[in-house]
Design a binder for this molecule. Structure first.
Ligand code: M6R
Length: 627
C-alpha cells in the first residue's frame, strides 16, 4: 500500500523527480515519507513523519549536498511498527551503504531478524522491512568475501538481492540502492505491485503508472518472482534464480496531464466532475446499436462459454464490491443466471466448492487489491473461468484473468473511489447485456432498448454538473456537517448505492454512517431514528419507489430528518423530505449511476466543511495490496 518512486538518470538531479513522483503516489500511504540519494557526499537520507509536504519543507531548509543521478523515495502506510521516523523508509544496512524501500509484509521477519541479530546486526526500527536491508547486506558480504557465486554473470549486489528475496516469505516490492554499485537500482517483486519505466538514458520504478507518465509511457510490470536491474543503459530482468527474462515493455495510453489536478482543489472533486466523460469513454465505443449487443475489445469469451455458465461469482472489495452488488441484479435479470457476490476477503477463506461452469468476475479499480487477487486465484483453483473489470491496464488482476473489460475512467488518484465506480457500473451493464444476448435471454430489440437508455443517459447527467446542483449539495453539507451519524436507505438496485453513500461519508468525513436496505430498516435500525439522525433515502421513480416512500413515512413518523434523492417534479417525495436532492430520470437499471453522484458530492463537501483532506483520509490507502 506504500508508494515507491526511484530513478536513475544520466545527468541532472533526481531529487525533484522523486518528490513529484511520490506526490502522485501519496494516495497509497501518508504516515511518513522518506528519500535517499547518492550525491558527492555519499548516501544522503531524509525521513519525516507525516505527509510528503513535511519532508519537502525539511529538504527546502536543508537540502542534499548536491545533485544526485540516482535515488529512491517512499511514502508509508504503516503495517509493522508505529508511525515514527525510525520506522520510515528508506531503511539502511549496518554500514549505511545500502538503502531499501519496501511495500508489502515480510511474514517471517522475526525469524530472519533473529538469525541476523545472532550474526551481530543491529536493528533500528520495529518494521518487518528493515530485515531485508540487513539480509541483503549479510549475503553481499559473504559473496564479496569470496563465497561461491551461483551467477557470476551478474553483480554481487543482484545476487545478494535474489538470495535475500528467496529467503523472505510474504509479499514485497523492494527497491535497493548501494553505495558501491552507484549506477544501478535493483527491484524485486512478490505479490506487491511495482512498475518499471524505461526512458532515454534513464530508468524509473514506481508503485503505479501515473507517477511514471511525466518521464515515459514505456513501462514493464514486473512479475512475481522477478528481479530487475535499472541503469541508464537499460533494464534487465531475471527470475529470482537468475534466469534471464525476455520482456516486452508496453505503451501506456494515459497522458501525463490526466494525473494533474487541473485547477481543482482536490483530486476527488476533479474525479467526480470527470464522470460524464469517463462514462462515455467506457461505454460508447462498445455499443453495437444495430444488433442490440455489445462488443468488448480483446475480450475472447465465446457465446458458448457464456451459454454454458451455470453461475456467476463476483469477487471484490469496498466500492468495487458495491458495483458488484448492482451487477448481480443486472446479470440475474438480463442473463437469467444466478449470481453470488462476495467480499473477496471472505470468499478466499471459505470452504472450497468445485466451480466448474462458474464464471468468476473480479472487480477492481487498481487491479492490485490483494484480497481480490487471491480470491480470484481460489476461484480458478476450484475450476472457474476468470473475468475481470479493471481500470489499470496490465495490472495484476487482468494479468491473471482469462479476459478483461477495462473501465476507461483514466487515472483515479483520490483515495475515495468515484469515477471508477460509475464506470464499473457501466461495464457491468454492458456485460449483463452481452451475456443476455449470448444466452438468448434478451432479444435484439431488448438489447437495442437498453443501449438506447445508456445513450440517453450521458446528456441527462448534465443536470448534476451545473452550479445549481453543486450549490444545493454544498448547502446540505453545511447544514448536516455536524451530525454524528447518518443512515442511508435504498431498495433493489439502489441498496448498493445506499451502501456506497455511507462508505464515501465514512471514508472521508469520519462520520459514522450505515447503508441499509430500505425494507430491512424496520427490523432494527429504526430504533436509532430521532431528530438528530439524518436519513438519506434514495427514492427515484421506478419499480421500488412506492415501497421506499412507505419506509420514508415510517422514518418521518418517528421524527427522523429525511434527505430524499428523487426525480425532479416528484411531489410525493418532495412532501416527505426535509431536504431534497433532485436527480435526472433514467431507467431503473441506470439509476444507480445517477443517484450515487450527489452522494459522492455530499461526502466530499462535508469533508471540506469539516476541514478534512478528502484526498488523503486518515488510515486509508487507495490500493490495498496487503492482507
Ligand atoms: O482497487 P480496488 O477497486 O480493488 O479497491 C477496492 C477497495 O479497496 C476500494 O474500493 C476502497 O473501498 C476505496 N477506498 C473506496 O472509496
Amino acid at each position: 500500500m506504500c508508494g515507491i518512486f526511484g530513478a536513475v538518470v544520466r545527468e541532472g538531479d533526481v531529487t525533484p523527480a522523486i518528490l513529484d513522483g511520490l506526490a502522485l503516489l501519496e494516495y497509497r500511504g501518508y504516515d511518513s515519507a522518506g528519500i535517499a540519494v547518492f550525491t558527492s557526499r555519499g548516501m544522503e537520507r531524509r525521513r519525516r513523519v507525516g505527509k510528503l509536504e513535511i519532508l519537502r519543507n525539511a529538504l527546502a531548509k536543508e537540502g542534499f549536498g548536491g545533485p544526485a543521478t540516482i535515488g529512491v523515495g517512499h511514502t508509508r502506510w504503516a503495517t509493522h511498527g508505529g508511525v515514527t521516523e525510525a520506522n520510515a523508509h528508506p531503511h539502511s544496512d549496518s554500514k549505511d551503504e545500502l538503502v531499501l524501500v519496501h511495500n508489502g509484509i515480510i511474514e517471517n521477519y522475526l525469524d530472519l531478524r533473529g538469525d541476523l541479530i545472532t550474526k551481530g546486526h543491529q536493528f533500528l526500527s520495529s518494521t518487518d522491512s528493515e530485515v531485508l536491508a540487513h539480509a541483503i547486506e549479510d549475503r553481499l558480504q559473504t559473496i564479496e568475501r569470496g563465497g561461491a557465486r551461483q551467477h557470476p554473470d551478474i553483480s554481487a549486489l543482484e545476487e545478494a538481492v535474489m538470495s535475500a528475496a528467496r529467503a523472505a516469505r510474504g509479499t514485497y516490492a523492494i527497491v535497493v540502492l548501494h553505495k558501491r554499485y552507484p549506477d544501478r537500482i535493483i527491484v524485486a517483486r512478490q505479490d506487491s505491485p511495482v512498475v518499471i519505466g524505461i526512458g532515454r538514458g534513464a530508468a524509473f520504478v514506481a508503485s503505479d503508472v501515473p507517477a511514471l507518465l511525466r518521464h515515459t509511457r514505456s513501462v514493464y510490470y514486473l512479475r512475481d518472482g522477478e528481479v530487475a536491474t535499472l541503469t541508464t543503459e537499460g533494464v534487465g530482468v531475471r527470475t529470482l534464480d537468475g534466469k534471464v527474462v525476455s520482456y516486452r515493455p508496453q505503451e501506456i495510453a494515459w497522458d501525463a496531464a490526466a494525473t494533474d489536478r487541473r485547477g481543482y482543489p482536490h483530486y476527488m472533486l476533479k474525479e467526480i466532475e470527470e464522470q460524464p466523460d469517463a462514462i462515455a469513454q467506457t461505454a460508447f465505443d462498445r455499443l453495437d446499436d444495430e444488433n442490440g449487443d455489445v462488443r468488448f475489445e480483446d475480450f475472447d469469451v465465446s457465446d458458448e462459454k457464456l451459454k454454458s455458465a451455470q453461475r456467476i461469482q463476483i469477487i471484490a472489495c469496498g466500492t468495487s464490491l458495491h458495483a458488484g452488488f448492482v451487477g448481480k441484479f443486472l446479470i440475474e435479470e438480463f442473463a437469467g443466471l444466478p449470481v453470488e457476490c462476495d467480499y473477496a476477503s471472505e470468499f478466499r477463506y471459505r470452504t472450497p466448492l468445485p466451480s466448474k461452469d462458474v464464471i468468476a468476475i473480479g472487480i477492481s479499480q487498481s487491479g492490485e487489491t490483494m484480497d481480490t487477487l487471491k480470491g480470484l486465484g481460489q476461484a480458478r483453483e476450484r475450476g472457474a473461468a476468470i473475468l475481470d473489470i479493471c481500470n489499470v491496464k496490465g495490472s495484476s488482476i487482468p494479468r491473471m484473468s482469462d479476459a478483461t473489460i477495462y473501465t476507461h475512467a483514466g487515472p483515479e488518484i483520490g483515495v475515495a473511489s468515484t469515477k471508477a465506480f460509475t464506470c464499473q457500473l457501466v461495464a457491468l451493464y454492458l456485460l449483463a447485456i452481452r451475456m443476455g444476448r449470448a444466452r438468448g435471454r434478451l432479444s435484439r430489440d431488448d438489447g437495442r432498448e437498453l443501449l438506447l437508455s445508456l445513450r440517453k443517459l450521458r446528456p441527462r447527467l448534465d443536470a448534476l454538473f451545473n452550479d445549481a446542483a453543486r450549490e444545493s449539495v454544498r448547502a446540505l453539507a453545511k447544514k448536516y456537517q455536524g451530525s454524528r451519524d447518518f443512515l442511508f436507505l435504498g431498495r433493489g438496485l439502489n441498496y448498493p448505492i445506499a451502501l456506497e453513500g455511507a462508505l464515501k461519508l465514512k471514508e472521508i468525513s469520519y462520520i459514522h454512517a450505515e447503508g441499509y436496505p430500505a425494507g430491512e430498516m424496520k427490523h432494527g435500525p429504526i430504533a436509532m431514528i430521532d431528530a438528530t439522525l439524518p436519513v438519506v433515502v434514495i427514492a427515484t421513480r421506478g419499480r421500488d419507489r412506492d415501497k421506499t416512500l412507505n419506509q420514508l413515512e415510517q422514518v418521518r413518523a418517528r421524527g427522523g430528518r429525511v434527505i430524499v434523492i428523487c426525480n425532479a417534479g416528484d411531489a410525493d417525495a418532495r412532501r416527505l423530505g426535509d431536504d431534497l436532492i433532485e436527480v435526472p430520470a433514467t431507467s431503473d437499471h441506470l439509476a444507480p449511476i445517477v443517484n450515487v453522484i450527489p452522494l459522492q458530492r455530499l461526502a466530499y463537501e462535508i469533508a471540506v466543511c469539516r476541514n478534512l483532506s478528502p484526498d488523503n483520509p486518515r488510515n486509508l490507502a487507495k490500493s490495498v495490496t496487503v492482507e
